[in-house]
Design a protein around this ligand. Structure first.
Ligand SMILES: Cc1ncc(COP(=O)(O)O)c(C=O)c1O
Length: 462
């Protein structure tokens, strides 16, 4: 195992020998307590100078890998524990299914690689040296300005760049707000039920406990919210995740009245608010009262979740605490990524990207609705024409849920039932129960969608 090191060019041979010996001990190939050959023997075996071996033994003895007793020999030390040899990948990925309808991912092949590379070149060419120092924890001023005007124009928010914090996705916005609310003495926060799988773990990591709150057809149901005693609530008003409803105008007004009455806070997660296929997107709730709503969004659905770039607009009264929290969490997001996004927005790249995705996703949603009607007749699709997923309610004959999921898995189709997003099971509906699925379509081509629904139909036909 040391022969390749002995064959290294003369100037690198000593280092290569030390490194090969170290690796052999670390990996356990040389077990603790093993006696090594004398430096004279090993040098002769490897065809290297004895001095090189002596030096390697001395260096590794000083580091603790080897132990030597003067005159009696050199042994592998006991202190070394073999570590993991390779980084494991814990990213949530497709299950290996032929067609994976689980929601949440955009089409990553639509990422604008060429425009992003061009932005990279232009930004690196003109960025002054000082811009590579520690950034303002709120984010680069040019990105906050670009985002403020983008969000005002596209989402109807009231965006003061001074109250805008660039962060690592909606996820970090939730964590930041969670810590600040907990620091202000809040113990519980209301969450939608069914709701986002992300909100609960993120907010509880900040020390808050969750109160699941039911929905009605207009949005979060007001009576349970009032009775809960919560003074903050996390919501997805533009396109409720996962049910796909949009909060009605009346419910938005009621929610704001509630927040004013309890001196509370509404957290608005606008995770996919850009994509609406039947009309212009409804503006964000925050635009109606920026002092009662903390608004958050990200590039995760429009560009790629792997960029981990998002934003949080906070009420002025919470701003300093949120910024301080962001500072102590990570001293701010990477400056280069922020400069890139600012450049991309300023040159119109972001608007172009949204138009491109909008066209593709509308076509895919239509393909899914048609495939369901053609191959799983009687299926009802609910939720507004928006975002990256639909809710499909399959007739009772396809159920019960466990059987359908097992059959789908057999056919190579990955599905997510609505029940996976529910904390409190809903009261049984009258008549046949049916099976409700949250079907993601944005990441699938129309032919994948058709294939997946056909496979499902074939496996469930009896
Ligand atoms: C409803 C909802 N909110 C928040 C997130 C997390 O978003 P981000 O990638 O911006 O942190 C997700 C992720 O899929 C989501 O579905």
């Amino acid at each position: 195992m040391l022969l390749p090191a002995a064959a290294a060019p003369a100037r690198q041979r000593g280092r290569a020998l030390q490194s090969a010996l170290r690796d052999a001990v670390r990996s356990g190939r040389l077990a603790a307590g093993t006696r090594l050959p004398s430096s004279r023997e090993l040098a002769a075996d490897l065809g290297v100078s004895r001095g090189l071996v002596t030096e390697a033994y001395e260096q590794l003895t000083a580091e603790g890998y080897l132990r030597s007793d003067r005159g009696s020999g050199t042994w592998v030390g006991e202190a070394v524990r073999a570590g993991e040899s390779a980084a494991r990948d814990l990213a949530p990925r497709a299950s290996g299914a032929l067609v994976d309808f689980r929601p949440g991912t955009p089409d990553l092949s639509l990422f604008p690689r060429a425009a992003w590379a061009a932005a990279h070149r232009s930004v690196l060419a003109r960025l002054p040296h000082h811009a590579l120092g520690y950034p303002d924890p709120r984010g680069l001023p040019e990105l906050r300005t670009a985002l403020a005007s983008l969000l005002t124009r596209r989402r109807g928010v009231v965006a003061d760049p001074e109250c805008l914090v660039v962060c690592s996705g909606v996820a970090q916005a939730m964590t930041l707000l969670g810590f600040v609310l907990r620091g202000r003495g809040l113990r519980t926060i209301g969450v939608e039920d069914p709701g986002s799988p992300e909100h609960g773990p993120l907010l509880s990591a900040a020390g808050l406990s969750m109160t699941p709150l039911p929905l009605d057809r207009d949005g979060l149901a007001m009576e349970p919210l009032r009775r809960s005693g919560a003074a903050a609530v996390a919501t997805t008003p533009a396109h409720q995740f996962p049910t796909g409803i949009a909060y009605s105008a009346q419910r938005r007004a009621e929610l704001l009245d509630w927040a004013r009455a309890v001196d509370g806070l509404i957290v608005e997660d606008d995770y996919d608010g850009d994509f609406r296929y039947d009309r212009a997107p409804v503006g964000a709730l925050q635009g109606l009262d920026p002092e009662r709503v903390a608004y958050s969004g990200s590039v995760s659905k429009s560009l790629a979740p792997g960029l981990r770039l998002g934003w949080l607009l906070v009420p002025r009264r919470m701003r300093d605490e949120v910024v301080e929290r962001k500072r102590t969490m990570d001293l701010g997001n990477p400056a280069l990524d922020q400069a890139l996004l600012a450049d991309f927005i300023d040159r119109g790249g972001y608007d172009r990207q949204l138009r491109r995705c909008q066209r593709a996703y509308r076509e895919r949603r239509d393909a899914l609705v048609h495939a369901l009607a053609a191959h799983l007749p009687g299926t009802e699709v609910s939720g507004i024409a928006a975002g990256l997923h639909i809710i499909a309610r399959l007739p009772g004959r396809y159920g019960p849920e466990e059987r359908l999921l097992a059959r789908a898995a057999r056919a190579g189709v990955a599905l997510r039932p609505l029940s996976a997003h529910t904390a409190v099971p809903p009261a049984r509906e009258p008549g046949e129960p049916g099976v409700r699925l949250v079907l993601g379509y944005a990441h699938l081509t129309p032919s994948d969608i058709m294939r997946g629904i056909r496979l499902l139909a074939r496996e469930t036909a009896d």
